[in-house]
Design a protein around this ligand. Structure first.
Ligand SMILES: [Fe+2]
Length: 347
């Protein structure tokens, strides 16, 4: 009998070990006692596709949800059609319920801006900006209603520590990219010094934001990837001088612990660069898409990549621990499955 019991015990032990193996990617969804602040973010949300992730995102109890762009898909010059598409998303019951409970910040990418891979040449950008702000119920007297572009910043103060979130507009002012006619890639880098990613005014603004930042962490949200630059799609790498300009700004302003959040690729990955004379490693956490993804992704080079590439529907979570100065970054998906976790220590 004892022998029989031990066999059963052994069997249960082995099967529970197996379960635990799998549970490495399962879902501790309660707010960890060690998290002082939680950001959830993502991008690429087609209003006509099932929105499966909102309830899962909410379970992570984020203090803020950040849209990294492609809030809807509406490549058009027709503002009536664009407004209808926003309404479709606004009428999504699960999303409507989600935004009642979580603070929401947003920037746009090309498909909510109105033009695939579009920049400053898009003729309806001013009108599209107002529709974007309408969708987020931004008051009529808000500065974003009067300025060109949707760039914006917000400080969160938690136990006397500040987290600053800086949302960039990489569309409104962005000048032409250079098509790559020689390889299979869509774009090649512009001649060094040619073109602007943010435009003069926005560059002045971000300099000011970083210079005056009292934050322990500065989170820069860019709809397109900052570090990964070998894939040939849109990225900051299309304008190498603009990459250098932002890095120089990060160094000269002494803004503390900057993290970049990006999207637009329909894959999720975490990249990191150790930059000389920068006091911290620069992480670029890319998260997309929410309703659809690059399912036939077969690989691409990225010398900065830390994590595996996730080509399933996903969202990103950042958990801040002020005592240890650690940010835990997670790529999560349906059923809150954790695809990737990365922990970054800061000084
Ligand atoms: Fe997208």
């Amino acid at each position: 009998m004892n022998y029989f019991k031990s066999i059963i015990f052994l069997f249960l032990l082995i099967s529970s070990c197996k379960t635990n193996e799998k549970q490495k990617i399962a879902s501790p969804i309660s707010k960890e006692a060690s998290s002082d602040f939680i950001i959830a973010f993502g991008s690429c949300n087609n209003q006509t596709l099932p929105n499966l992730l909102w309830t899962e995102i909410e379970k992570n109890k984020p203090n803020v949800w950040i849209w990294g762009g492609d809030v809807i898909y509406t490549d058009t010059d027709d503002m009536v059609y664009m407004a209808e598409n926003y309404l479709k998303q606004k009428n999504n019951e699960v999303y409507a319920d989600f935004i009642k409970k979580v603070d929401v910040l947003a920037t746009w990418d090309d498909h909510d801006y109105g033009l695939n891979d579009g920049g400053t040449e898009y003729p309806k950008k001013a009108e599209a900006q107002q529709l974007f702000l309408d969708f987020f119920d931004v008051p009529k007297n808000d500065n974003r209603r009067k300025q060109e572009g949707v760039y914006y910043s917000k400080d969160y103060t938690i136990n006397k520590k500040i987290i600053k979130i800086i949302l960039l507009d990489t569309r409104y002012f962005r000048t032409a990219l250079t098509a790559d006619d020689e390889t299979e890639k869509r774009y090649k880098p512009n001649v060094y010094g040619e073109g602007t990613m943010l435009g003069e005014k926005q560059w002045k603004w971000i300099k000011n934001e970083l210079q005056n930042s009292k934050a322990s962490y500065n989170i820069i949200v860019s709809s397109i990837q900052f570090l990964s630059n070998e894939h040939g799609f849109e990225s900051w790498g299309n304008m190498p001088h603009e990459v250098d300009k932002l890095i120089t700004l990060l160094k000269s302003t002494n803004a503390k612990n900057t993290v970049i959040l990006s999207g637009g690729r329909h894959i999720s990955e975490i990249s990191k660069s150790e930059i000389a004379e920068l006091a911290y490693p620069l992480v670029d956490f890319t998260s997309s898409g929410l309703t659809h993804s690059y399912t036939d992704y077969k690989g691409e080079p990225n010398k900065y990549r830390l994590s595996n590439v996730v080509s399933k529907k996903s969202f990103g979570v950042l958990k801040f621990n002020f005592k240890t100065n650690v940010i835990t970054m997670e790529i999560r998906g349906e059923n809150n499955v954790i695809y990737e976790t990365y922990t970054q220590n800061y000084k």
